[in-house]
Design a protein around this ligand. Structure first.
Ligand SMILES: [Ca+2]
Ligand SMILES: [Ca+2]
Length: 156
C-alpha cells in the first residue's frame, strides 16, 4: 500500500533537490567547460575537469530535462553541449546581451525588447547573457539585474 505521507515527503525532497541543482549549476560552469566538483571555489584548487565528466553532466542534465521539463536544465544542457559541439563555443558575459564585450545601456534596451518574445526566438547567447536570475527565461525580472550590471560596468 502506498503511504501518501511518504509520497508527499518524497515530493518535497525531490523539489528541494531540484532547486538545489538549479542554483548550483552555474558554479560548475568555468566558461567553456564544467568541473567535476566545486573544490576550485571551496578550497582554492585548480578546477578538476576530467573530459568524461563533462559528458556525464550532459547526460544528467538531459535526464533532468526529460523528467522535469524545467527551462533551467534545458538552458544549461544547451550551453554545455555548445562547449563541445562547436569550434567556437559561446562564453557570454552575463549582461552583455548584444555580445560586444561590454555591459551597457544598449544591453538593457536589447534585453527589454526580448522580454515577452517567444523563447524559441532567443539565441542561446541572448538567453545565457540575459537570464541573470537564472530561471531559464528572459523576463522583466532580469532587466534590473542587467541595469545594475551596466551601472557597475560603467563605474569600472
Ligand atoms: Ca554589450
Ligand atoms: Ca530570467
Amino acid at each position: 500500500m502506498i503511504n501518501p505521507d511518504a509520497n508527499a515527503a518524497a515530493g518535497v525532497y525531490w523539489q528541494n533537490a531540484l532547486q538545489g541543482y538549479k542554483k548550483s549549476l552555474k558554479y560548475y560552469d568555468i566558461g567553456g567547460f564544467t568541473t567535476y566538483n566545486l573544490n576550485h571555489l571551496t578550497h582554492g584548487l585548480a578546477p578538476f575537469t576530467p573530459l568524461t565528466y563533462h559528458n556525464h553532466h550532459l547526460a544528467l542534465l538531459n535526464a533532468l530535462m526529460w523528467a522535469t521539463g524545467d527551462p533551467v536544465f534545458t538552458k544549461y544542457w544547451k550551453l554545455w553541449k555548445n562547449y563541445v559541439d562547436t569550434q567556437s563555443p559561446i562564453r557570454p558575459i552575463h549582461g552583455d546581451v548584444n555580445g560586444d564585450g561590454l555591459v551597457t545601456q544598449a544591453d538593457v534596451t536589447l534585453a527589454q525588447s526580448l522580454v515577452g518574445q517567444l523563447p524559441s526566438s532567443w539565441t542561446l547567447q541572448q538567453l545565457v547573457a540575459t537570464d541573470l536570475d537564472d530561471d531559464g527565461y528572459i523576463t522583466s525580472a532580469d532587466i534590473p539585474l542587467i541595469q545594475a550590471s551596466a551601472n557597475q560596468f560603467r563605474a569600472k
